[in-house]
Design a protein around this ligand. Structure first.
Ligand code: FO1
Length: 332
């Protein structure tokens, strides 16, 4: 079974561990060749700092699936040290607020050197994967530069607005500055990365990971070719809610959703994505048992445990999503 997953960083990585496990079990049972899962990853969090190109979501996926991640943080390397960061701070070299780990810097150095040599981000990602062996095909959503910038109003009257990179809003300001808009700068001119459209078209099922609907999934959907491919694929599109009982499982989804006028609930995110039959994204939607009884017009909703406490529970979530896909697929 060919599974394609759209995902962001930390939540997406955890979910991919479960999908990889489930796909492995599935292919063992059916004996079919283990088609690797294809993960299409958000790159709008990417940022250039201290002369290095940093791709947080690609790195979280790569490190998590390659068992190099720091499990508490969900980003950066295990057994990390911060000597270079401290030395940069000693020089007063801004930004001092960004957590640049010594081990992590090696990844950024290789990526920056390959990008400067003209390799596209997808080729860089493949090269880095030679070491980490994630066990799924990791594709950036695009090889073009797309960055989420956040428009904040400095005062209540909203007179002097300013825009900043998402990483600054999130890390330096802890998402406490009132955001007026999230702008995926560059998205209008960006093409899907090589292999992305073909993977969606050939998929048996497309899963939307429980990632941030605005600055992770939303930014992937801001690439027109990806949105069109999702509308046209014969594969059922099944999403998993990142909101449980009205709050984000982790991260800043509950701070982002109100900015775009979406309700902070499992139903609210499903309505934001929309029903496929009405020109939206979803055929099916998994909500946590806390939100059982959720119903959204035109979308097949199922209530299952959605807390990704370990790989087994996450694999069970993936299994549940594949089951809904089968039911929806039959009906279509
Ligand atoms: N998140 C933080 O909250 N603080 C940091 O200092 C930080 C540094 C960092 C460095 C590399 C990297 O790949 C990710 C990093 N993140 C940090 C996480 C990152 O901001 C988020 O994971 C995504 O951008 C949002 O999902």
């Amino acid at each position: 079974m060919r599974i394609v997953v759209l995902a962001g960083g930390i939540g997406g990585s955890r979910f991919l561990l479960g999908v990889r496990a489930e796909a492995g079990r599935d292919s063992q049972q059916n004996g079919d060749s283990a088609e690797p899962v294809t993960a299409i990853i958000n790159t709008a969090d990417d940022v250039t700092l201290h002369g290095l190109r940093i791709c947080p979501d690609l790195d979280s996926v790569m490190y998590t699936l390659g068992a190099g991640i720091d499990p508490e943080r969900g980003w950066g390397r295990a057994k990390e040290t911060w000597t270079v960061k401290d030395e940069l701070a000693a020089y007063g070299a801004e930004p001092t607020w960004f957590g640049l780990g010594d081990r992590d810097i090696a990844t950024h150095l290789i990526r920056t050197r390959m990008l400067d040599a003209g390799y596209p981000l997808s080729a860089v990602t493949e090269a880095l994967g030679e070491r980490w062996r994630p066990g799924v095909k990791v594709l950036p959503m695009t090889d073009d530069r797309v960055e989420t910038h956040v428009v904040v109003a400095d005062d209540d009257k909203g007179t002097n607005r300013r825009a900043m990179h998402f990483q600054e809003w999130w890390i330096r300001h802890h998402a406490e500055l009132r955001a007026e808009k999230f702008v995926p700068t560059g998205a209008e001119d960006a093409s899907a990365a090589p292999g992305v459209v073909a993977a969606i078209a050939a998929a048996d099922v497309v899963l939307i990971a429980p990632s941030n609907p605005v600055v992770s999934i939303g930014t992937i959907l801001s690439i027109d070719q990806i949105r069109t491919a999702l509308a046209q694929t014969s594969a059922p599109v099944i999403g998993l809610s990142p909101i449980i009982g009205g709050a984000a499982v982790r991260g800043m989804a509950e701070k982002c959703l109100p900015v775009i006028g979406a309700e902070v609930s499992a139903a609210g995110v499903a309505r934001l994505y929309g029903a496929r039959r009405d020109g939206g994204l979803l055929d099916g939607w998994l909500v946590d048992e806390t939100d059982a009884g959720t119903s959204v017009d035109g979308i097949e909703v199922r209530a299952v445990p959605l807390w990704m406490t370990d790989v087994d529970t996450t694999a069970a979530m993936a299994r549940a999503a594949l089951d809904v896909a089968q039911e929806v697929g039959k009906r279509a």
